[in-house]
Structures are given as structure tokens and as C-alpha cells.
Write a protein that binds this ligand. Structure first.
Ligand SMILES: [Zn+2]
Ligand SMILES: [Zn+2]
Length: 375
């Protein structure tokens, strides 16, 4: 292959760069150093930006907030022990220590779950109805839960995509046959990363439109109210592919249009706990049957179902230390395995849904009530 390609031709790997500046002599190039990759990884997920729509009247402040993505900044305090909760830190160090799997570590709540995706002015103004008033389940509050989760997805997907240059260079110093293998793998990842950016952008624009119009008629939600704070908190968005009974809902891999997205938020407010699933009317097709299948699960089986959902689909989850440490070993292992599917440092791949009932065991959570909003 290398003898047919001209130095100034586009490289065979698909990078769009001239061959002489890309794969020419790659087998002799110095491999990427681990600390360099780690640094680039950190930077990709700590860039400071304000995601507020430009149509919002306030002017951005220069200061970017370390905003909590678990709604209600005080939420994590209710499950912390000495100011710490367990969480998954996606780093090479963590993976190295635990033979390639992410194992939860104690994290200070001021570090847990924050992202630098809004300036202080907009963070304060946009989320006041959720941060400064108790959660009562208005359409606006349910929307804001989804809005923040969606903004974080958009931010994270961009971080993923920005690692493209790094991904393309991991074959430095390898022989040609390995280069070919690695680049074809990387090309598949790029398709996924680009689809992630495209889909999250479409939803971000739609969510911005609703935020600016304050018209929440298209907002749908399912609220599970708990007697006390849930021992696992977090928030994020995902494409429901299968419901809790294993029924197929949509095939994301087929890439036919934009997949239906649902967001989930688990948090505490006013002494109680809430798990809220929010989505837009246009996503009813997959989201309604998904949520109905959750609604059909009896109260006593609800906690394991929610755990399956959070650990399977959201990497942004935090656990109450005593609760986590006292779980049966098998349950802890099974949850870590689910997280291993959800988290992949370079790809953000989320493998099959697998939400159907398994042997997962935990104490039931006191359910106070469940209701639908907007449907
Ligand atoms: Zn190349
Ligand atoms: Zn701003």
C-alpha cells in the first residue's frame, strides 16, 4: 500500500492529512507517551465554556461555574460521609490499578459531578427554578433537569470528538499490519463520535429553543418520589434501545435519523428523594413504552431496576459510602460490570441495554408515589 501512494496524496488512513505528514514512516515514529495521552484526555473534559443559548438575554460572566450535574447542589451532601461519596473517575491511573476496569473511589463532593459548561451568571439564572426552590415536579423543573443533562452530554460528546487526533496517532511505532487494524478500528470510533456530536447538537438546539420560549408543553416526565434521598445520585441522557422487559424500542446502530433520547436524574430535595425521567414529545415513540415498562415494575422491585438503569447508562453516578460498602459483593460486582460497559475512555460506547431483571439485590427504597407529567 505504501509504495502506491504519493507523499503529497491524502493519507490512506482517512485522516485527511497528506501522507508525508501522517503515516509515512509511522512504524519508526516515537509512540505517544502515556502522560501526554492522559493530559489530552483531562483537557478534553475540563475545557471551560458557557453552553447558554446566545438568545438568552444575560451577558456571560467571565467566570465559569463548577456546576453540579446532580441537580440541587446540596443533594450530594445528604448522602456524603465526611464530605465524600463514591464515584467513577475515568483515568488511566484508575484503569491501571484495577486491571482495566473502573472501580469507584471516594471523591470530595465539591469535585464530584461538576462540569465547567456554564458561566456563573447563566448557571444561576437558568437553573434557579430547580436550585432555589424545592422540587415539586412542574414541567419547567422537569425540563431543566433534562436541559442540564443534555448540556453535559453535548459538552462530553465534543470532548470525545476532540480526541480524534490523539486516537489517530496511537499506532505510532507499530508495524503496518497493526496500523491498518488500529486505523480501521479508529475509523469506526470516529463514525460513532461524530454521530454523538451530531445527535447531541440537534437536541441541544431543540432544548435551547424551549428554554428561550419558556413553553414547556412538549416536555414529558415520569417522577418517582422517594421517602428519603436515593443512595445513588446522578444524571445523564441516553437512547433507550430496550425496555425493562427486554422489548426492542429502537436500533441506534442503524443510524436512521436522530434516536429518541431520555434523560434521568436522581437527587434529593426538601428531605425527599426523586428519580425523574424527562423527554420531549418528539421522543414519545421510544420513551413512552420505556417509561411505562418501568411504571409496571412493583415498588419492591423498583430499586434494583433503577440501579440497573443508572449503572448501565450513566457514567455520572455517585454512591452513598455506607450503602455501597454494605452491598452484597455480587451486587457490587454486577454494578461495576455494568459501568464497564458504559464507560470507555476513548469511545463513549454504550453497549446493549440489558435492563431486564437479573439477580441484583438491594434493600427496597421507600416509594412515596409515582406520576407522569405532560402525558
Ligand atoms: Zn494517516
Ligand atoms: Zn454564560
Amino acid at each position: 500500500m505504501s509504495n502506491k501512494i504519493g507523499r503529497n496524496d491524502p493519507c490512506w488512513c482517512g485522516s485527511g492529512i497528506k501522507y508525508k505528514k501522517c503515516h509515512l514512516g509511522r512504524h519508526e515514529q516515537e509512540p505517544i507517551k502515556r502522560y501526554e495521552a492522559a493530559k489530552e484526555l483531562r483537557q478534553a473534559f475540563s475545557r471551560e465554556t458557557c453552553s447558554a443559548p446566545s438568545a438568552k438575554t444575560h451577558v456571560c460572566s467571565k467566570k465559569i461555574a463548577r456546576a453540579h450535574t446532580v441537580p440541587r447542589s446540596s443533594s450530594l451532601q445528604t448522602i456524603a460521609r465526611d464530605g465524600h461519596v463514591y464515584g467513577f473517575i475515568p483515568s488511566f491511573e484508575n484503569l491501571d490499578r484495577n486491571q482495566g476496569r473502573l472501580v469507584p473511589e471516594l471523591i470530595g463532593i465539591n469535585r464530584a459531578s461538576t462540569f465547567t459548561g456554564f458561566c456563573t451568571v447563566h448557571d444561576d439564572a437558568i437553573f434557579a427554578p430547580i436550585e432555589k426552590t424545592d422540587f415539586v415536579g412542574t414541567a419547567e423543573q422537569c425540563f431543566l433537569l433534562a436541559y442540564r443533562a443534555q448540556a453535559r452530554e453535548y459538552y462530553t460528546k465534543h470532548g470525545m470528538a476532540s480526541l480524534s487526533g490523539l486516537r489517530r496517532q496511537i499506532d505510532k511505532g507499530r508495524p503496518l499490519n497493526q496500523q491498518l487494524e488500529i486505523q480501521s478500528f479508529v475509523n469506526a470510533l470516529e463514525i460513532g463520535a461524530n454521530a454523538g456530536v451530531r445527535d447531541s447538537k440537534i437536541y441541544k438546539m431543540k432544548f435551547d429553543e424551549i428554554l428561550c420560549s419558556s413553553d414547556f408543553r412538549d416536555v414529558r416526565a415520569y417522577i418517582i418520589a422517594l421517602q428519603g434521598p436515593p443512595p445513588v445520585m446522578g444524571s445523564g441522557g441516553f437512547f433507550p434501545e430496550e425496555d425493562f422487559q427486554g422489548v426492542k424500542l429502537q436500533d441506534v446502530a442503524m443510524h436512521k435519523g436522530t434516536p429518541d433520547v431520555v434523560t434521568v436524574s436522581s437527587f434529593a430535595s426538601g428531605g425527599h428523594g426523586y428519580v425523574v425521567l424527562s423527554w420531549l414529545q418528539q421522543c414519545d415513540g421510544s420513551c413512552l413504552p420505556f417509561v411505562r415498562s418501568l411504571h409496571n415494575i412493583p415498588d419492591e422491585d423498583l430499586a434494583p431496576a433503577i440501579l440497573r438503569l443508572l449503572f448501565q447508562h450513566i457514567e455520572n453516578v455517585f454512591m452513598m459510602p455506607d450503602w455501597w460498602e454494605e452491598l452484597p459483593d455480587a451486587t457490587r460486582r454486577s454494578l461495576i460490570d455494568r459501568m464497564a460497559c458504559a464507560v470507555d475512555l476513548f469511545t463513549d460506547r454504550r453497549d446493549g441495554a440489558m435492563l431486564t431483571k437479573d439477580g441484583l439485590q438491594c434493600e427496597p427504597w421507600g416509594v412515596m408515589g409515582r406520576r407522569f407529567v405532560g402525558c
